[in-house]
Write a protein that binds this ligand. Structure first.
Ligand code: G1P
Length: 869
């Protein structure tokens, strides 16, 4: 927010207080119910934003970033002597915003009117689909003040798509009623040309005074409220102080609904105040809506709902609490901890910045979010993990979108045939964390189906015989749904990618990798970055199996008979240097044997042999990358080493000097470091090169790539069409930056890791530039502006990195490990403390380092458990 230190945390350690926030029209905060079925809102200091449940149920008009400049929720104060003021008016006096978890309060002063107006908004945690605002009007003058209050929220009552498509005809479906408590809109149908359906439920705006009194009347339609000449900032009903009347059917039905409530004119003595409660919601019927509203329709019931709300969210975000003596950092981390929970509820959409607005969640994102949910909400995780593996196809690819219901998958939001080459890498990383944190290795041996649809052989083939009636579960040739173990799913995902290589014997880029913007190199593109990830996975799967063999006497694993072919060293070894031979094994052998159906027979494989096979592959891939892809460039007589991350659609190496300009990606460096492909010496060199080319001198952050200096790069992807310094083209893309930090810590480059994490924090709290509430946005642009705030996988990784790497509090097959990699700055008071969950218990780990020694200088001397050695 503008102005140095222009916001601060209140003593509760999370609530943000700002008197400058209202100057930023695009600053928004999220509000929501407890799960994905409930209300999801965005709210700005001037109460703009939107309120919805899902893509087909928008209570107010969908708001993208620039829409935040217009008013949505509002409260007008009409005074005879001193004109009209409202909550959404451009600030001309003091406006104070307080943002809590998860509530939003704005208080503004209208000196000329002698009134103060505050609006406190939240969504109850008791399950009702409504957003509540308590407006409080206080007389701050020395004389009595008379005013007439009107609350309004325009009710959209239809689907996201209708923001433009069929916008008018869908209004014709509205049946609008004037109830004593407010306005009710019942759309007769859900308009969808693929199949219209009857409406389901009502939308409403209800209101009451703090003493329970109902409004004196309503203006139920836009026309009735605004009049022919008014607009949302000066509605004629308020401007001319019109009295609400009962409209006839023809005036109400088929109209745009307004949800405007007129309350009684009142005279307040000096210091007196009045409360008004306004609910915007959705219910099965008008009656159930009224019944739900009645639970909050008085000052007392609303206050206790708010208290419950605070308790609920505070408990959630205090599951992990860091304290290194810097209170602001601890408070900021509480907001970061909230973010993965928000992603569980909102998905990736439904805030004003969104890559796509239709809801649901992408495959990659769900696995990122589970990382921190394993740490924050472990009880929710096991079933999700198991269910999600049901989205894997037998070719190692997967359904793209995970629906709201367990086991519900959708191939692609836009029905385009695509395959992201990185998708198979994430599930193992997440599962490994889960097993290490909980010790629950049994999960690996649970059985779950494979996903099936017409897409086969990683989009190279199509099963035109597939019909929806067949279902989305892979069957064997006898017609039974085939269920393989979770371990088998993981093996398929990682082994297929070992063989799925392009002309440089590097894993094919297919439709893109983590960087969704590298989407135009399907034919010849290759991703060294993610081949490193897969290589590390193969080695870590081997390690895990070996440990299970030692710890539990695991002797063999059972897989589908056909899957055995992927362990080629067990039978007839393939020459790994021969890219064509690898592809043959995959496309001619394995895919043909399992598609469209497999035999249903299984075989047992000796664990020792499996481990050897995986290690051979993992080591081969790592060595291939080190020897083939690491190179150096010269610059003013110095040499800088780096990994090439990609080949483009013309088969050209992407990184290195091109027309005198350095082309380099952070992604290309992160995974070889993270997965142990790079040696310690390599890492030193890579860090130096990253600092040279990707670290921004002014902002201190790390860019996703250098400026390639092109208008577009059609042989690589849409990303390079974005202006340099935005989004996937050279922004400070936090997800990749945090993964870079994680990788550095993992390889004991603690100071370097700390600097990366710190650079993100510094950018995020640079109020003048970032212009966001606390937390990590998806990226910072070249001006340091925080973009796509809240719903980003970077929050999950930040928590994971700080807890398991910097504080080094983590599990190994369920045993607690303490391996701090904190640097001296994190011991400002000589202590660094984290409270977190481990194996079902709340634990507090405190490192005592009175001399403030740096990483590398200190060693653990003594360990006390509850005060005893
Ligand atoms: C977003 C997407 C993520 C993708 C990334 C880079 O990141 O959600 O799937 O990998 O862009 O294209 P996020 O917003 O989670 O940081």
């Amino acid at each position: 927010m503008p102005g140095a230190n222009s916001f601060e945390y209140l003593p509760d350690g999370t609530t943000v207080h700002s008197s400058s926030a209202a100057r930023l029209r695009l600053l928004y905060a999220p509000l929501c119910g407890v799960d994905g079925q409930g209300i999801k809102s965005a709210i700005t200091p001037l109460l703009s934003g939107d309120i919805k449940i899902d893509k087909s149920r928008y209570l107010t008009k969908p708001a993208s970033r620039e829409d935040l400049r217009g008013p949505v929720r509002n409260f007008f104060l009409y005074t005879e002597k001193n004109g009209i003021k409202s909550a959404a008016d451009a600030p001309d006096g003091e406006v104070v915003v307080e943002l809590g978890q998860l509530w939003h309060k704005v208080t503004r002063l209208f000196p000329q009117q002698g009134l103060e107006l505050s609006a406190l908004t939240f969504v109850p945690v008791s399950g009702e689909r409504m957003e509540l605002t308590r407006f409080t009007v206080r007389n701050v003058s020395a004389v009595a003040v008379t005013y007439t209050p009107t609350a309004v929220v325009p009710i959209f009552a239809r689907a996201l798509a209708n923001k433009h498509d069929h916008e008018h005809v869908t209004a014709l479906l509205n049946r609008i009623e004037q109830a004593d408590a407010g306005v009710v809109v019942e759309p007769t149908m859900l308009f969808n040309e693929e199949g219209h359906r009857p409406g389901r439920g009502v939308y409403y705006v209800f209101g009451a005074e703090g003493n329970g009194a109902a409004p004196v009347g309503t203006f139920p339609t836009v026309e009735n409220f605004l009049g022919a000449g008014g607009d949302w900032s000066r509605p004629v009903a308020v401007l001319e102080d019109r009295k609400p009347t009962a409209l006839v059917d023809a005036e109400r039905n088929g109209s745009e609904a307004a949800g405007a409530l007129r309350f009684a004119t009142v005279t307040l003595g000096p210091g007196d105040s009045r409360e008004y409660i306004v609910a915007v919601g959705m219910a099965d019927s008008r009656e159930s809506g009224l019944a739900e509203f009645s639970r909050f329709a008085s000052a007392e019931t609303l206050a206790s709902a708010l208290e419950e709300n605070r308790r609920f969210w505070t408990a959630k975000t205090s599951t992990i609490e860091f304290s290194d003596g810097d209170k602001d950092f601890s408070a900021w981390m509480r907001w970061v901890t909230l973010q993965p929970i928000l992603r569980r509820i909102f998905g990736c959409s439904f805030l004003p910045d969104h890559d796509y607005g239709k809801g649901g969640k992408g495959w990659r994102d769900i696995w990122q979010d589970l990382l921190s949910l394993i740490l924050i909400e472990p009880e929710q995780v096991r079933d999700s993990l198991l269910n999600n593996f049901g989205g894997v196809r037998i070719d190692g690819s997967n359904a793209t979108i995970i629906g709201q219901q367990p086991g519900e998958f959708v191939a692609d939001r836009n029905a385009i045939t695509r395959v992201w080459m990185d998708h198979g890498a994430w599930p193992f990383a997440t599962t490994l964390l889960y097993i290490n944190q909980t010790g629950d290795a049994d999960l690996l041996f649970e059985r779950t189906p494979y996903f099936v649809d017409p897409q086969m052989s990683r989009t190279m083939e199509k099963n035109s015989a597939w019909r929806p009636e067949y279902g989305n579960r892979l069957k064997d040739r006898r017609g039974n749904v085939y269920c393989g173990t979770v371990l088998e799913h993981i093996l398929v995902q990682n082994l297929v990618q070992f063989f799925n290589v392009g002309e440089h014997n590097i894993t094919r880029l297919e439709s893109a990798d983590w960087n969704d913007g590298l989407d135009m190199a399907f034919r010849r593109g290759e991703s060294v970055a993610f081949m490193s990830f897969y290589a590390g996975n193969l080695l870590q799967i081997a390690d895990l199996l070996e440990r299970l063999a030692q710890a539990r006497g695991l002797k063999d694993i059972v897989v589908a008979r056909e899957v055995k072919a992927l362990f080629d060293t067990l039978d007839q070894s393939v020459n790994y240097d021969d890219a064509a031979a690898k592809k043959r094994l995959l496309f001619e052998g394995y895919f043909k044997s399992v598609q469209p159906e497999l035999s249903g027979e299984t075989v047992g494989l000796d664990v020792g042999e499996v481990v050897r096979d995986l290690r051979r592959k993992g080591r081969w891939a790592a060595e291939k990358i080190r020897s083939q892809e690491m190179f150096f460039v010269e610059e003013s007589g110095e040499t800088f080493s780096l990994f090439n991350g990609y080949y483009d659609n013309d088969g050209r190496r992407v990184e290195g000097k091109c027309d005198g300009r350095m082309r380099m990606t952070l992604t290309g460096q992160v995974f070889p470091v993270m997965q142990g492909v790079a040696s310690q010496d390599d890492i030193k060199k890579v860090v130096r090169t990253v600092n040279k080319y990707l670290r921004d001198r002014e902002l201190g952050g790390f860019r996703l790539n250098t400026d390639f200096g092109v208008r577009h790069y059609l042989a690589m992807g849409r990303a390079f069409g974005f202006a340099f310094g935005t989004k996937e083209n050279g922004a400070f893309f936090n997800h990749m930056s945090v993964m870079y930090a994680y990788a550095l810590y993992k390889q004991n480059f603690a100071r370097e890791g700390y600097e990366v994490l710190r650079s993100i924090y510094n950018l995020a709290v640079d109020g003048e530039r970032a212009q966001i509430y606390p937390g990590i946005p998806e990226y910072f642009d070249s001006r340091g502006r925080g973009m796509y705030h809240f719903l980003t996988g970077s929050a999950s990784w930040y928590i994971l990195t700080l807890l398991t790497m910097a504080y080094g509090v983590r599990g190994e097959l369920g045993d607690l490990v303490l391996a701090p990699r904190l640097v001296k700055e994190e011991f400002s008071s000589g202590l660094a403390t984290v409270a977190c969950q481990f194996a079902g218990r709340k634990i507090t780990v405190q490192y005592v380092n009175p001399e403030r020694l740096d990483f590398g200088q200190y060693r653990i001397q003594r360990v006390l458990l509850n005060g005893k050695a």
